[in-house]
Design a protein around this ligand. Sequence first.
Ligand code: PLZ
Length: 449
Amino acid sequence: MSTTVAGGTALVQQRNLVTEIPGPKSQEKLARKKQYVADGVGTTLPVFVEAAGGGVLRDVDGNTLIDLGSGIAVTTVGNAAPQVVARVQEQVAAFTHTCFMVTPYDGYVDVAAALAELTPGDHAKKSALFNSGAEAVENAVKIARVATGRDAVVVFDHAYHGRTNLTMAMTAKNMPYKNGFGPFAGEIYRVPMSYPFRETEGIKGADAAARAIDQIEKQVGAENLACVVIEPILGEGGFVVPADGFLPALAAWCRDHGVLFVADEIQSGFCRTGDWFACNHEGVVPDLITTAKGIAGGLPLAAVTGRAEVMDAVHAGGLGGTYGGNPVVCAAALGAIAEMRDHDLPARARAIEATIRRRLDAIAADHPTIGDIRGRGAMMAIELVKPGTLEPDAARTSAVAAYCHAHGVVVLTCGTWGNVFRFLPPLSIGDDLLEEAFDVVAEAFAATA
Ligand code: PLZ
């Protein structure tokens, strides 16, 4: 059994439950949360955390849980990863903020240089830094509109791009993201995604792209279209991997029509899928790419990176914000990127994929509710249906999730119908712990059959 140093604490890398979940101390704190925190802010697994690292979270009752969520695909390098902690501590003691728009500093430029090197394509690239994924998506749209002189934005079925007004309009699912929060921003058009498990005819990627493009041409018109924004693997929408050829065909159509192809890699980026970015799997080179989550090891940073001439279409002063690319957050990003390079985390994600696929194949053989196993790298999912049909089984999904939570494994669901499990372990998780987590997942299916 290995230990890891996180948050100054040696955390034993083992699942260990000493109370029920949530334990008495967490329950007391939950009552306090209920008193002071808005009910609209939900919680998946209500244990209060006091330390985390490697592949575990330890709660205030002394329970140690296995983390298959990474705080929604954020702590890719692990919680409190050593190089993130060291660089943040050094930076926070030197200075905490100047506002890059007032007086600049190296960290921001270093992150932009790293993004230019690491993101797909070898063209000249520039970046602008922001605080959240939604803010990055908003800015990608602003940049695309100025660069093309066009207004319309195309997004896809099942898309998730954020909770701000423009990004709510771009997000597909009503509950809980949009209900009652309108009116929404205009000039957003939604077209069909490639969703292999739910295609009637097993339609090929190029055909699915032609279907989307036909709709774009008929309902929007290329001459009105600034950009197509797509998650190369859907995140909240269910970890759907489009059929091979879908993304390249869309990107090629965009190129031919002066439409900017924007990859939202906020969830799929930074080693998560077994490559630095999900676009790399099919050699797709986006004009603009949005990143966040995994980029900074848990601190809030997001970016838009794109072709230098596109990024520079915006007038001076047109992009910014008080905190975007804050020095502490940039230090965290440089530490996280160093961890990814030093430990070859794309390779680690591929190894994790092999383990998870082996375990999920075995579980699915016994449980026909698992209709689809999909994903790449450490971004894997299963979709639960009534056996032999496409009818979503959200109730079984909730039951399996509840079992996992009660037995000390943090699992997350997603999908338009709430019937998808997504597995997003930190890439710092040990093999034994990963196997143990899937022992619990297997038990959960057996116990709820
Ligand atoms: N684009 C592809 O996955 C965030 C949302 C959690 P922010 N996904 C997690 C929730 O319920 O709010 C996400 C994403 C993709 C954009 C975003 C938005 O990123 O940092 O949450 O704004």
